[in-house]
Design a protein around this ligand. Structure first.
Ligand code: RUQ
Ligand code: CUA
Length: 664
């Protein structure tokens, strides 16, 4: 029997007896060979076919891989500070991590969604969620940088996020934990869950031109857990589908208490109608506090604004807004097929996969084919919404993606496999083992109208013996499959950063053609930019010292600074004067308690430094930028607090202080 890593051991035991699906197939992982190797081999100097953006889970960041090679191209800092790039440490980027709780330097990043136009990936932005302190980020794919982060009020554990609509009109964010609303007294007994705890789903609008996000409105729902989501498309465009669990409304020992009912629900949301109501001013204005952070490529700096209002729409006041569809049992993934007609719910504890039909859902709504209500929300009869069930597909279904050729692929956490099945006749076509326990899977464009359908990547959580041991913790793993034929074929696996959850991939050309190579120096609007070496200077303002410093191969200007005193706050404003692709310069100063800086061509970034003792403090470039990179360095002299050494600075000559010494 394969190893089982699941907290529901006792509940699961029964399922395992049901069938021998959980057994580890023979030839474990030996399916690859010379043919597979040539399929993933990218000759030196050649590019990968696709970009693969992978959620970092508890790392809080997003990583970017090339497919099919599996080569790591970049880690994009999003919700966590990153000393490598100075993200969250430089004065310019600090505001990006501001929240209503103050600076939060870490996040738990689970899902990604690429922006779409007409249901197809348009290569403009990548949206990322943060669970722990609910936030949604927008990454600009021209620069591969986080351009915007918006906090979500009335939310806790922002898991059901960020999923976008067909034309990127909205990004949704469903709360994992229900909690009292922000403007209510939250100091209530935990066992008053049923009375006081509420679920919310937030709709964030995205401006079509520049992508700017805005919290448009929030739906208030009965207390339960919202897990995942996908928007409708084609015929189901205008709708959203959310998986929910804990319809038991348990607040303790959820592994037992939230697993009691035979069915939980998929929530179908008529979001176009919700937008109409919001526009008619039907919601309630609520006082809240949440941060909205934006990064500008023109000032090369971020601003953080605390917003104070949201509009909430309680769904129980609007009977035609949301409907519940029973779904066995504790559903996790909720995926919509490329045609927009089929909605797949993956019940973690279910021995089947239900596939719902959008047209049947609509008929049921029209005919009021309901089976009572849940917290005032009409519950559509299971059979009325159902297209059919995939029987005995495997154990622990989690997520489903599509190849655009009528097939669906579902991950099975417990039986460690991917199962391919036909959406129409619901017959299993193929199953392949994964190593091990896959969570999400990804087919490039697999949640769009037009999947690219050539590869599939499984993101596996417990890799055990797959890599050289690295102590108690092993890297999680991505496994690449060829899905162009009838049977899936394992091509390769490669370790991944953090804990990947969802991922997205897109043909490289769609993104690489817009990639920014440099920032134009004459468009640099950073208030502390130094446009040209001759403008470099050091200015004292009280106990603040501003160093306007430039960088170009292979020196800083100035590179000798004196007159700084213990107790000063020193701001090194570094402008990289290069106008050449891939020539960043770095900056480090001895004793800095923050990070280094990496400054891109044409950009300005600022490091704050508070020297604590007198002495000579070297500065140097941290990025090997030329043959004379080791020469790219300098000295800062720090004098005691009471000293009267004047501010002086120079490049290539003795400083004033040194001259006066020599004259003596
Ligand atoms: S989850 S492994 Cu956080 Cu998307 Cu399913
Ligand atoms: Cu600049 Cu090394």
């Amino acid at each position: 029997m394969k190893k089982i890593f699941f907290p529901f051991l006792s509940l699961i035991a029964a399922f395992i007896l049901l069938g021998a699906i959980g057994c580890k197939p023979k030839n474990a992982g030996d399916a690859t060979g010379a043919d597979a190797a040539s399929r993933v081999f990218i000759p030196p100097g050649k590019y990968d076919e696709l970009y693969n953006f992978v959620a970092g889970g508890f790392s809080g960041q997003v990583s970017v891989y090339g497919i099919p090679s599996g080569r790591l191209l970049r880690v994009i800092p999003v919700f966590s500070v990153d000393p490598e790039k100075g993200w969250g440490y430089s004065e310019e980027t600090k505001p990006m991590l501001n929240t209503s709780h103050g600076e939060v330097p870490w996040g738990d990043q689970h899902h990604l969604d690429l922006s779409q136009t007409n249901g197809e990936i348009d290569g403009r932005w990548l949206f990322a969620n943060e669970n722990n302190t609910p936030r949604v980020a927008r990454i600009d794919l021209k620069t591969f940088r986080t351009a915007e982060i918006i906090e979500i009020p009335n939310s806790a554990g922002n898991h059901s996020s960020p999923f976008i609509t067909e034309n990127t009109e909205y990004v949704v964010a469903g709360t994992r934990f229900s909690v009292p609303l922000d403007d209510e007294n939250g100091d209530v007994p935990i066992d008053s869950y049923k009375k006081n705890f509420k679920g919310t789903i937030s709709f964030i609008s995205v401006a079509p031109q520049d992508g700017e996000m805005k919290l448009a409105f929030q739906l208030v729902l009965p207390g339960m857990n919202f897990d995942l989501s996908h928007s409708g498309k084609g015929p189901s465009s205008g709708w959203f589908f959310f998986s929910t669990y804990n319809s038991e409304q348990a607040h303790t020992l959820l592994e037992v208490n939230a697993s009691k009912r035979d069915k939980d629900y998929i929530l179908a949301v008529n979001w176009k109608k919700a937008v109409e109501y919001a526009k008619q001013g039907k919601g309630r204005k609520q006082a809240v506090r949440y941060a909205h952070n934006k990064y500008s490529d023109s000032t090369h700096s971020a601003t953080s604004t605390i917003e104070t209002e949201t509009t909430v729409i309680d769904v129980k006041d609007f009977p035609d807004l949301v409907y519940m569809i029973p779904c066995p049992k504790s559903p996790h993934g909720c995926d919509v097929d490329p045609s927009g007609e089929y909605i797949v719910g993956s019940g973690k504890l279910a021995a089947l996969i239900p596939v719902f039909s959008f047209s049947r859902i609509q008929q049921a709504i029209a005919a009021k084919d309901f089976d009572g209500d849940y917290g005032g929300i009409p519950v559509i009869k299971y059979e009325s919404a159902l297209h059919g069930e995939v029987k005995k597909p495997g154990l622990g279904p989690l997520h489903t993606e599509f190849d655009g050729k009528g097939n669906a692929y579902t991950t099975f956490f417990i039986s460690s496999e991917i199962v391919k099945w036909n959406i129409k006749d619901l017959k299993v076509i193929d199953r392949q083992p994964t190593y091990y326990s896959p969570g999400h899977l990804m087919i490039p464009g697999g949640d769009t109208k037009k999947p690219y359908g050539k590869y599939l990547v499984a993101y596996n959580k417990i890799t055990k013996d797959r890599y050289l041991p690295t102590g108690p913790e092993l890297a999680q793993s991505a496994q690449l499959f060829d899905i162009s034929g009838e049977k899936m074929k394992l091509l390769s696996d490669y370790p991944s950063i953090g804990e990947p959850h969802y991922a997205q991939a897109v043909p490289a050309e769609l993104i690489s053609k817009n990639s920014v190579k440099i920032f134009k120096i004459d468009e640099n609007k950073n208030p502390y930019a130094t446009l040209g070496e001759k403008n470099s200077k050091v200015v004292r303002e009280g106990n603040k010292v501003h160093v306007y410093m430039t960088m170009i191969r292979s020196h800083f200007s100035p590179d000798n600074i004196e007159g700084i005193k213990v107790g000063d706050e020193v701001y090194f404003h570094l402008t990289n004067l290069e106008q050449d692709w891939d020539v960043p310069h770095g900056f480090a100063v001895k004793g800095a308690t923050t990070a280094e800086l990496l400054v891109m061509p044409g950009e300005t970034q600022t490091l704050k430094w508070s020297p604590l003792k007198p002495g000579i403090f070297p500065i140097y470039c941290t990025d090997f930028c030329s043959a004379l990179h080791q020469e790219m360095s300098g000295y800062v002299r720090v004098s005691p607090k009471e000293s009267n050494v004047p501010i002086s600075f120079s490049l290539g000559k003795n400083s004033a202080a040194a001259d006066s010494l020599l004259k003596k």
